[in-house]
Design a binder for this molecule. Structure first.
Ligand SMILES: O=C(O)C1=C[C@@H](OP(=O)(O)O)[C@@H](O)[C@H](O)C1
Ligand SMILES: C=C(OP(=O)(O)O)C(=O)O
Length: 431
């Protein structure tokens, strides 16, 4: 990757804030002593659900005087009380909030949509039980999850992080509130860059956390102190705009995602580079320029950046040779079984795919018109919108599902690429 200035003719994509940074910052500010200001937070279904849930746990969050920033007045401890907390579709809420509640005092019932209820929380429930909280889950270790707690002493714990890194992130963020701190050991760990993001934000809010050995974390019982944070644009969302550059031959620049980004998904640009696109990164921005063709014939492990695998898989039929994406077994446990959902949708277009437990191979070709089944999964809607810039013959069965992370996706995509149709009904917006 070269580090020269982005080309002057670039289309500038206006990418909203990172969901993962917004929800972490909300939680850490909520647990901190004092008032924190979060600038440029994401406003979408997932972050509004998280914000509402913290409000229900007694945290005061209000708009600041200027520019849509949020002022969060922290509790300086875990929450106290009794109540039912709605997590909607947000995996981050279901996996980050129960450990915070367990570090507080009371009786909390976490519930969510049918989609979220189908996703696992058992490893988190087990970990909280071993720490001394009283925890019940629904059938098969899913939501609803009930936590009764009188604070936690802490100790040492192995955490099963093979299905999702969110269990580890949730426990890590609660750890400074435990009476004796916490030693956490993750065995097989998926989505590692999200854990690094967790550690960086915990330190920003004053925590003392060290990685003593690979996958072994020591957290001291310091609590948190308030801190201000500007939220970076969402790198997973940026992937659709950068991929659009790659397949259309335009240059797209995203400001705010430069060298120092805290998000692993910025590395999606490197995958596009392997596929033949020109990529530049500066201190402040990433730019991708398409070359008109997409190079296939390679095999890439996207286990660390699996939210972006569908962005590549959806455009892979345009490549000049088959493409294999590996390491993505955990993507079967997200808003949809993403390997299956991508394979079926590509199949409907006439594209050949081979799938395995944790991989997919996409073969070139196929241009039949199709109605894409979104499975209420925002990333399917956004990924196939990129392919449609080239094929022009796809429709989405649920364009509004983009609201989970980017309610204004269709408008911004249309602004940059007028060939992208605006949906007749606007996306649901919870703001
Ligand atoms: O911690 C986070 O903010 C996230 C972690 C990832 O989940 P997994 O760890 O389940 O892969 C990612 O897919 C999700 O969108 C956000
Ligand atoms: C998997 C995702 O979300 P979450 O796990 O936070 O619900 C996602 O946004 O792709």
């Amino acid at each position: 990757m070269t580090t020269v200035s982005p080309p002057p003719e670039a289309l500038h994509a206006r990418i909203p804030g990172s969901k993962s940074l917004t929800n972490r910052a909300l939680l850490l500010a909520a647990a901190a002593e004092g008032t924190s200001v979060l600038t440029a937070p994401l406003i979408s279904d997932d972050t509004m659900a998280f914000r509402q849930a913290l409000g229900d746990l007694g945290v005061r969050i209000r708009p600041s005087e200027d520019d849509g920033a949020w002022q969060v007045t922290g509790l300086g401890r875990g929450p106290r009380g009794t109540g039912r907390i709605w997590c909607a579709d947000a995996g981050t809420a279901a996996r980050f909030l129960p450990p915070l509640a367990a570090a507080g005092h009371g009786d909390f019932l976490f519930t969510g949509s049918d989609q979220l209820t189908a996703r696992p929380v058992a490893p988190l429930a087990d970990a909280l039980r071993r720490l001394g909280a009283e925890v019940q889950t629904g059938p098969g270790g899913t939501l609803p999850l009930r936590v009764r707690a009188e604070g936690l002493d802490g100790g040492a714990l192995d955490v099963d992080s093979s299905l999702s890194s969110q269990f580890l992130s949730g426990l890590l963020m609660a750890a400074p509130l435990l009476r004796g701190g916490l030693l956490l050991r993750a065995g097989e760990l998926v989505s590692r860059p999200y854990v690094d993001m967790t550690l960086a934000l915990m330190r920003h809010f004053g925590a003392d956390v060290a990685e003593d050995a690979p996958g072994g974390f020591a957290v001291r019982p310091t609590g948190y102190r308030a801190a201000d944070l500007r939220i970076e644009p969402d790198a997973s969302t940026a992937s659709y705009f950068l991929a659009a550059a790659a397949v259309t031959g335009h240059t797209v620049t995203v400001r705010g995602l430069g060298h120092g980004s805290l998000q692993g998904d910025v590395r999606f640009a490197e995958v596009l580079e392997r596929a033949g696109a020109r990529v530049t990164r500066t201190e402040d921005a990433v730019s991708v320029t398409g070359t008109g063709t997409l190079r296939g014939g390679f095999d890439v492990d996207m286990g660390d950046i699996s939210d972006t695998f569908m962005t590549l898989a959806a455009i892979a039929p345009l490549a000049d040779a088959p493409l294999t994406i590996r390491g993505i077994g955990h993507a079967r446990l997200k808003e949809s079984d993403r390997i299956e959902a991508v394979a079926r949708n590509l199949g409907a277009l006439g594209v050949r795919t081979d799938t395995g437990r944790d991989r997919i191979t996409v073969h070139p070709g196929g241009t039949s018109p199709a109605r894409i089944a979104c499975h209420r999964d925002h990333r399917i809607a956004m990924a196939f919108s990129v392919l449609n810039l080239r094929t022009g013959n796809l429709t989405l069965d649920d364009p509004g599902c983009v609201a989970k992370t980017f309610p204004g996706f269709h408008e911004e995509f249309h602004r940059l690429f007028p060939g992208h149709p605006l949906p007749t009904a606007p996306a649901r917006t919870s703001a």
